[in-house]
Design a protein around this ligand. Structure first.
Ligand code: IMP
Ligand code: MG
Length: 185
C-alpha cells in the first residue's frame, strides 16, 4: 500500500540521487548540443514520465530547439512487434523534413518507442532519435536501442524523477527502488 504521508517510507533504497541525475543530464546535454547544432530539432517529451527529465535536459541544450509533447501508450501482446500506438495527445508541430529527438523516462520493453519512432518516420521526419533517462535492457521485448542513454539500470521497479507507480512518486527528486510490499499488498 502507498504510504499516505511520507513517500520516502516506500523506497527500499535510492538508486540515483538528484545530484547524480543532474550531473549526468548535463553531460549528455553537452553531447546533444554538438550533435544538434544547426539542425533546429523538435525535442519531443513523452508525457507524463519525462517531465522532470525534459525540464532539466532542455534548458541545458545550448543550441536552438523547438519543444513539443506527446502522450502515448502501446497496444499489443508485448511479444509481437505489430502493436499500435494509441495517441492521447499528439504533436502540435509538422515534423516533415525535421530532425526529431524523443526524450523518454525509461526504455523497458521498448514496444512504445519502437512503434512511435516508426510512426514519426512515416510522417516524414528527417531523423528520429531517442534519448532516455534510464535504460533497463533486461526488460526488452523488441529490438531497440536508445541513441542516447543517461543511465543503464538493472531490473526492478523504480520510481521518482517522473517515474510513477499507480501515478504516485513522480515528484520524488531522486530515483529509488520501490519496496515490494507497496505493490504486492
Ligand atoms: P516500454 O518500454 O514500452 O515498456 O514502456 C516504458 C514505460 O513503462 C515507461 O514510460 C514507464 O511509464 C513504464 N515503466 C517501465 N519500467 C518502469 C519502472 O521501473 N518504473 C516506472 N515505470 C516504468
Ligand atoms: Mg508509467
Amino acid at each position: 500500500m502507498i504510504h499516505e504521508t511520507d513517500m520516502s517510507r516506500d523506497i527500499e533504497r535510492i538508486l540515483l540521487t538528484e545530484d547524480e541525475l543532474l550531473k549526468r543530464i548535463d553531460e549528455v546535454a553537452t553531447v546533444l548540443t554538438e550533435d544538434y547544432r544547426g539542425k533546429d530539432p523538435i525535442v519531443v517529451g513523452i508525457l507524463k514520465g519525462a517531465i522532470p527529465f525534459y525540464a532539466a535536459m532542455s534548458c541545458r541544450i545550448d543550441t536552438p530547439i523547438q519543444e513539443d509533447f506527446m502522450c502515448v501508450s502501446s497496444y499489443g501482446s508485448g511479444t509481437t512487434t505489430s502493436g499500435e500506438v494509441k495517441i492521447r495527445k499528439d504533436l502540435d508541430t509538422d515534423i516533415r523534413g525535421r530532425h526529431v529527438l524523443i526524450l523518454e523516462d525509461i526504455l523497458d520493453s521498448g514496444l512504445t518507442l519502437k512503434l512511435l519512432r516508426k510512426l514519426l518516420l512515416e510522417r516524414g521526419a528527417e531523423s528520429v532519435k531517442i534519448c532516455t533517462l534510464l535504460d533497463k535492457p533486461s526488460g526488452r521485448k523488441v529490438e531497440i536501442a536508445p541513441d542516447y542513454t543517461c543511465f543503464t539500470i538493472p531490473g526492478g521497479f523504480v520510481v521518482g524523477f517522473g517515474l510513477d507507480y499507480a501515478e504516485h512518486y513522480r515528484n520524488l527528486p531522486y530515483i529509488g527502488i520501490l519496496k515490494q510490499e507497496v505493490y504486492s499488498a
